[in-house]
Design a protein. Structure first.
Length: 93
């Protein structure tokens, strides 16, 4: 475990720094207003490599988000797969 020195010259452990970051984030989150809605859909919608899936949360016929499954071939013929989430509507709350 690596220790660092704080502004007062005291050594701080990684755990204490992480605890301080978490406490700060929790305080910031508690100070701001949050809105949440649970949306559920049990329909299985498979999509393959280099494919995408459109998501319409509020069923208004407009795609709200899109999930892309992409594959990149790196040097040495190494395949790297990743998912990307794109927000397609920017004027909605």
């Amino acid at each position: 475990m690596r220790n660092q020195t704080d502004s007062a010259g005291k050594r701080t452990s990684l755990e204490s720094r992480i605890a301080a970051y978490v406490a700060t984030a929790a305080g910031l989150a508690a100070a701001s207003e949050a809105k949440a809605v649970i949306v559920a859909n049990n329909t299985v919608q498979p999509f393959g490599i280099n494919g995408s899936l459109n998501i319409d949360f509020n069923t208004d016929g407009q795609t709200d988000f899109q999930i892309d499954h992409d594959r990149v071939v790196l040097p040495g013929n190494v395949n790297v797969d990743f998912l990307q989430l794109d927000k397609t509507r920017f004027n909605d709350d």
